[in-house]
Design a protein around this ligand. Structure first.
Ligand SMILES: Nc1ncnc2c1ncn2[C@@H]1O[C@H](COP(=O)(O)OP(=O)(O)OP(=O)(O)O)[C@@H](O)[C@H]1O
Ligand SMILES: [Mg+2]
Length: 703
């Protein structure tokens, strides 16, 4: 998690903006049920009449109402009397009065006239005649009727207003339509704001997540680039590929989810809970629903979640097998071992299928359970709320709003708990990325690297021993030799004797375990890797080409002049490859160099090593893929080159003929130097050399 926060830090302002936008979105979404409730209750039930104090009423009605109050003047002072035949505009309706009408002067200053209004309404409902004379008797009668109905005075007043307005000549339908229309427009406006805000915050979240992922991918790539071979051996290639691809994508999704759902659900849940508590009589239903869901989640946690990890592991293994299969396709075919590979694949594949099916089944049961809970909740809300509506403790609109809030609460709860399952899965990916980023490089530059001189110098191994990281035994033991400028030093020995290992130590692909390697008298560990690499032209044992063309594979990102490329091509005996192709140097090379032969690959990689003037050239067994003639011509050209530049050549070979003329031949056996000298001396003094030589050359050739 820390890693994610570290990467999110530069986007703190965007994140804050998303928080604010999410808040606005939630508020606007949760306002809608209130408006809907208003439309149902005020708009439909009360004909769009919100006010309890009538805005307009005929003088006759007013007189009937005033009978039930002692305080006529306070009420009348708020009204203005208009005579019959006068015209007025009330609520956008133009009316010519048929009789005398009172109009409320100021809507914001409302006269306290609810009680007289209700009494008058009740009298009318019950068809009781009202007059000053029977007032006392009437009031006592009405008191009986109104007992216990105090809570309903407001709605009675509003219902009465409908008939009062009717008497004035106002159209109730118009009032109702106006109310519904204005509420509807407000709802539309709020919904539009919600959608807009949601769009912006989703965009910001997506953008932030994508940016973080890109940065992370770059960091991982750069980190991997700085890895030495020993770090590489810790992570397999396919694992590094999954990490930069799959894992970072998962993190990207996690961030996006964090910035949207993880922020939104709690805000939504809490706001909805606050709204729900306005209806204390039925909010216990929500607790029941959440309780059932917690049980369901526990089932999920116990049965399905542990399997998530199993799936992840099986997928990894499936990938590994698939990769091996693809890499080794040709060999597998040649040895007819498809069946074995298929069986290996089938084992894991069917395991994966079973686990997947199990998890999916558990998850699939969850969906109907959740739907059941939701629908059950809606039904029970309707059931219990209708009882509340019956005793006028709630309106239909409120019930509808409540059930919407309740669903929001339940949904938020579901998302939050869902996150408890999802986040740990994504955190696995975070951990895998962290592992790569936190890997300490074993080969580092010293704080103040020494600078090597321009000129060629002596390369010297002094009692070098080397053990591969994690290996039990040393591969090289006490290897010492020197290579002077202009000299060719060749290594020969059986396979696995440590030849490649020796040359890998020179560009510091690995560091020696003990002893030291120096160039121009300077320990190469005290020189910057960049400078060291600039001095070395290296052709690896396994030629590696990259997708592009021949030219790009030779110049290899360096600033190499055309003539230098051609010169290198000539020495490497690669001219015929280029002549053969219509595009010449621009002939395309596919990924991994699959469209050229092994020998052609070798020569292009030799040309790459030769393209720039270097102090040391290393050829690790690069000549064995060449035929004798080409090998000979190449060596001759190389000799000419170094006799001019006085560079040092380190050459590993299998064939005696390749190294016969070397200035110094070093014979390796099992990581130890068992012979050193020229061809003729070694033939005399070194058993192993003699064995190799006799197995390869005829007596005449050896002479
Ligand atoms: N990355 C590695 N990790 C551990 N051991 C290794 C590694 N690379 C090579 N070895 C071991 O080191 C020994 C020497 O390997 P090396 O590649 O130097 O042999 P070589 O003389 O170049 O052989 P070949 O002629 O087949 O190229 C071998 O026994 C090999 O198993
Ligand atoms: Mg080798």
């Amino acid at each position: 998690m820390k890693l994610i926060f570290r990467y999110l830090k530069p986007y703190i302002l965007t994140v804050l903006a998303i928080v604010v936008l999410t808040f606005v979105q939630v508020q606007s979404e949760l306002l809608l049920p209130d408006y809907m409730s208003g439309i149902v209750t005020n708009g439909i039930q009360y004909g769009g009449i919100e006010e309890e104090t009538p805005v307009a009423l005929t003088k006759k009605d007013m007189d009937n109402i005033l009978i039930f109050t002692e305080d006529d003047n306070t009420i009348l002072s708020q009204y203005e009397l208009h005579k019959a035949n006068e015209t007025a505009i009330i609520d956008d309706q133009k009316i010519v009065f048929n009789e005398d009408v009172y109009l409320l002067k100021d809507k914001s200053e409302i006269a306290e006239m609810r009680d007289p209004l209700v009494y008058s309404y009740m009298a009318k409902q019950n068809g009781l005649a009202v007059s000053e004379e029977n007032k006392a008797e009437l009031i006592s009668q009405l008191n009986d009727k109104l007992k216990g109905l105090e809570d309903n005075y407001g709605s009675m007043a509003r219902i009465y207003n409908k008939s009062l307005y009717d008497n004035v000549g106002l159209s109730i339908t118009t009032i109702q339509n106006n109310y519904i229309l204005s509420s509807g427009l407000k709802m539309l406006g709020i919904a539009a704001i919600g959608v807009l805000v949601q769009f912006i915050s989703t965009y910001l979240a997506t953008k932030t997540a994508a940016k973080v992922a890109a940065k992370m991918r770059k960091d991982v790539f750069e980190k991997v680039e700085s890895f030495s071979s020993s770090e590489f051996s810790r992570f397999s290639t396919s694992s590094l590929i999954t990490r930069t691809g799959n894992d970072i994508t998962k993190i990207q999704q996690l961030i996006q989810m964090m910035l949207r759902m993880m922020l939104m659900s709690p805000i939504m849940g809490i706001t909805a809970v606050i709204k729900v508590t306005r209806y204390p009589n039925i909010s216990w239903l929500l607790l029941v629903a959440i309780g059932i869901m917690i049980c369901a989640m526990i089932v999920l946690a116990v049965f399905a979640v542990p399997k998530f990890e199993v799936i992840q592991k099986l997928t990894d293994r499936l990938n590994a097998i698939m990769r091996e299969f693809l890499d080794g396709m040709l060999v597998i075919r040649a040895f007819n071992s498809q069946k074995i590979e298929e069986n290996k694949f089938d084992d894991i594949n069917s395991g994966l299928k079973k686990t997947d099916l199990f998890v999916s089944s558990v998850m699939n049961i969850m969906i109907p359970v959740m739907t059941l809970v939701m629908n059950g909740l809606t039904v029970s809300i309707t059931w219990f709320a209708s009882k509340q509506i019956d005793i006028d403790a709630m309106t239909i609109g409120e019930m509808m709003a409540f059930s919407q809030y309740a669903i929001h609460v339940v949904m938020s709860f579901m998302f939050v708990t869902g996150m408890f399952f999802m986040v740990p899965r994504s955190l696995v990916s975070v951990r895998r990325i962290k592992e790569v980023l936190d890997t300490k490089n074993t080969i580092n530059d010293v704080a103040e690297p020494k600078v090597l001189p321009e000129e060629n110098g002596v390369l010297s191994f002094e009692h070098v021993s080397f053990r591969y990281p994690g290996a039990e035994e040393s591969v090289l033991e006490d290897v010492s030799f020197t290579a002077d400028p202009g000299q060719t030093v060749a290594f020969i020995g059986s396979t696995g004797s440590g030849k490649s290992t020796i040359v890998k130590l020179i560009p510091r692909l690995f560091d020696v375990s003990s002893g030291r390697i120096s160039y121009c008298g300077e320990d190469i560990r005290n020189v910057s890797q960049k400078q060291l690499h600039e001095k070395i032209g290296y052709a690896t044992q396994k030629a590696i080409l990259f997708s592009g063309d021949i030219r790009s594979n030779i110049s290899f990102g360096r600033d190499v002049a055309e003539e230098d490329i051609l010169k290198a091509v000539k020495i490497a005996q690669a001219e015929d490859i280029i002549k053969e192709k219509d595009e010449g140097l621009d002939a395309p090379i596919t990924q991994g160099g699959t469209n050229v032969s092994g020998g052609q690959k070798q020569r292009i990689s030799i040309a790459r090593a030769l393209a720039q003037d270097k102090n040391i050239y290393i050829f690790d067994d690069t000549f064995s893929a060449l035929d004798y003639e080409t090998d000979k011509r190449l060596r001759k050209a190389l000799d000419e080159l170094i006799s001019k530049t006085k560079a040092t050549v380190i050459m590993v070979a299998q064939r005696i003929s390749t190294i016969k003329n070397a200035d110094k031949i070093i014979v390796l056996d099992n990581g130890k130097v068992v012979g050193e000298g020229k061809h003729a001396d070694l033939l005399k003094n070194c058993d192993i050399y003699r064995q190799i030589a006799y197995s390869q050359l005829s007596k005449e050739e050896l002479a």
